[in-house]
Ligand binder design. Structure first.
Ligand SMILES: NC(=O)c1ccc[n+]([C@@H]2O[C@H](COP(=O)([O-])OP(=O)(O)OC[C@H]3O[C@@H](n4cnc5c(N)ncnc54)[C@H](OP(=O)(O)O)[C@@H]3O)[C@@H](O)[C@H]2O)c1
Length: 297
């Protein structure tokens, strides 16, 4: 119960699915959980369940829409007013949209929620993670990253969509691309953080019965997700690797690695292209308006 006592864990998207189970697992170990959610009501409902199930009432709910960079910046400011340390950041929130949509800030939604948001959230919290070291960053990617492609001239799939009009009914290629970018971000981040006491690892949770796909904007995708339910593992099982990376002593010094089923694994070959990782990093910083003198590393 007390293994994670005194540890503060931020988990994005922890009102549902894998994130909620990760929150339960870490709350059971005594951690303080900061649930980062986009909807107060859903967050409070999940918080009540987590507290009831674990007997740990150090569970906070904070609001942030990961698709909006303004919301992330605001959240980070509020977080720093409430907390003076951060031991574990789990970038878990994710969503898949099968229709091409852009946010009010002009970013394609799959790209914004699954890649750009976690990049900026990490940037905004990094000073605290560094001052709290040893600390851990855990990025939840997907096995679908292997289908992804990183085109630096078309990161948000605008040209691709204009040419092909292709957005699959069952899932969006833009989701796979963003999950690949998240993986590449993790590897570059880990290199830049060497010696800081902050580790950065990525994981693939496996095919899991959650709400993912439910709000994808496509009935076909939703029905497909329902049909495959019997083949999916439980959300509790899906959260095991997140919990392991957040809490196990076995991985305390490991960084820049990919994990599945609590084991280190090799990710898709494209994810290891260091030159592309660096160029993606620079391009992302400039998209976020981060001047090089503000660069996180
Ligand atoms: N399920 C799988 O088979 C599978 C496989 C590989 C990878 N993953 C990854 O695992 C992670 C967890 O997903 P899940 O399967 O547990 O799905 P889920 O049940 O749908 O949970 C996703 C969480 O992300 C939150 N979220 C979505 N958009 C957000 C936004 N704009 N701002 C803030 N929070 C947002 C959701 O909040 P709301 O409840 O408000 O929508 C929810 O709490 C995701 O990164 C997903 O890509 C899942």
């Amino acid at each position: 119960m007390s293994k994670m006592k005194e540890k503060i864990c931020v988990i994005t998207g922890s009102n549902s699915g894998i994130g909620k189970e990760a929150a339960i697992g870490l709350a059971e170990m005594g951690a303080t959980i900061v649930m980062v959610v986009r909807n107060q009501e859903r967050g409070e409902k999940a918080r009540t369940e987590i507290v009831k199930q674990t007997g740990n009432d150090s569970v906070d709910v904070m609001i942030c829409d990961l698709s909006l960079m303004s919301s992330i910046r605001h959240f980070a400011e509020e977080f720093k007013k409430r907390y003076d340390r951060l031991d574990v950041l789990i970038n878990n929130a994710g969503a898949s949209f099968s229709k091409r949509e852009v946010t009010a800030e002009g970013f394609e939604r799959n790209f914004a929620v699954n890649y750009l948001g976690p990049f900026l959230l990490t940037y905004e919290l990094l000073d605290l993670l560094k001052s709290s070291a040893p600390s851990r960053i855990i990025n939840v990617s997907s096995g679908l990253a292997k289908n992804g492609k990183v085109d630096l001239d078309d990161l948000q799939g605008e040209k691709h969509f204009a040419e092909t009009k292709f957005y699959s009914s069952s899932r969006a290629p833009a989701y796979d691309n963003a999950k690949l970018m998240l993986m590449m971000f993790t590897y570059e981040l880990a290199r830049r953080l060497k010696g800081s006491g902050v580790t950065a690892n990525v994981l693939m949770p496996g095919f899991t019965a959650t709400n993912l796909g439910k709000n994808s904007g496509s009935l076909g995708s939703y029905i497909m997700f329902k049909m495959v339910r019997p083949m999916q593992q439980s959300a509790k099982k899906g959260a095991e690797t997140s919990i392991y990376l957040a809490s196990s002593d076995e991985v305390k010094d490991l960084t820049g690695k990919c994990f599945a089923k609590k084991k280190e694994v090799t990710s898709c070959p494209g994810s290891y292209d260091e030159e592309l990782q660096k160029r993606l990093w620079n391009k992302t910083e400039s998209m976020l308006g981060l001047a090089s003198d503000q660069s996180m590393y």
